[in-house]
Design a protein around this ligand. Structure first.
Ligand code: DHB
Ligand code: FE
Length: 279
């Protein structure tokens, strides 16, 4: 049977893609952030996942304001990387796993989640940067991917509680897949940030820290907040933390293997967590 071997969450700030393309990982601005991934690289080299289920938000590349699904799951054989306007070099295409994708889609629809099924899908910095952080070089990418996309861009957004339930359903779907696969679940985005408006530059270290800690011992903690409360606490883009929450909800008890929290990367309080299931 398929098994979730870990959950990794990381910010996906576009500037990370440029820093990688320009080889800036050891520059003072970037070093602490990139060094935070060293234990994750060691863990991935040992654990060797076959597939990454990657929970992310599209930023106007594949979906736009005219048509905005709440939840979408990719079922494509391949996902091309593209740039929706940040001028980040594209990366090599990602290989999909359509059979696992359709199993996830069938399973979550059977649990009353109405997902948009995407047999063609472009992926933006919210997939490409985390993949490049986790598997530097990416030539070829050592895992297949199943993208799970959640709207954090156009209101109304799905609640944290709803996302948590979707994550749990994804966990059950993986556990019922009758093929021996090692699956890592990735959540991208966050932590607190606001890119525009009166609170542009807003960061809330205290809330971010509480949220990160909750993911180990009290993962449903963030579900007590409404979407508006989460935006108040974390900024209008900080709401991307629901993507971390969805990924985390796919596994049960965990222990923390690695963590990093670094202010700022661009406008963002950047965070990373690696969690491993405990028996
Ligand atoms: C930034 C962060 C994001 O999550 C994003 O999607 C775009 C920009 C930033 O901090 O620059
Ligand atoms: Fe973002």
């Amino acid at each position: 049977m398929a098994r979730i071997i870990g959950c990794i969450t990381t910010s996906h700030v576009p500037a990370i893609g440029k820093a990688i393309a320009n080889g800036l990982q050891d520059e003072p601005y970037w070093k602490e952030w990139f060094d935070g991934f060293k234990p994750v690289h060691r863990w991935l080299a040992e654990e060797k996942p076959d597939v990454a289920v990657i929970v992310y938000n599209d930023h106007g590349l594949n979906f736009f304001l005219d048509k905005m699904p709440t939840f979408a799951i990719g079922a494509a054989p391949e996902y091309q990387s593209a740039d929706e306007g940040w001028n980040i070099p594209t990366v090599l295409p990602f290989t999909g796993d359509p059979a696992l994708s359709w199993h996830l889609i069938n399973s979550v629809v059977a649990e009353d989640f109405d997902v948009t099924m995407c047999q063609e899908m472009l992926v933006d910095h919210a997939v490409c940067n985390p993949m490049a952080l986790l598997w530097p070089g990416g030539d070829p990418w050592p895992v297949r991917i199943v993208p799970v996309e959640i709207n954090t861009v156009q209101f109304p957004l799905p609640s944290a509680a709803r996302c948590y339930k979707l994550g749990e359903a994804i966990g059950r779907a993986v556990a019922s897949y009758p093929k021996d696969l090692r699956v890592v679940v990735i959540g991208t985005g966050g932590l607190s940030h606001q890119l525009d408006g009166e609170r542009a530059g807003f960061i809330n270290k205290d809330f971010d820290r509480k949220f990160m800690a909750s993911l180990t011992d009290d993962p449903a903690w963030a579900t007590r907040f409404s979407t508006v409360e989460l935006v108040e606490q974390t900024g209008s883009q900080g709401i991307e933390l629901i993507l971390w929450l969805t990924a985390r909800a796919a596994i049960g008890g965990v222990r923390e293997v690695a963590a990093n929290y670094h202010i700022p990367i661009s406008n963002t309080a950047a965070g990373m967590l690696l969690l491993e299931p405990v028996a």
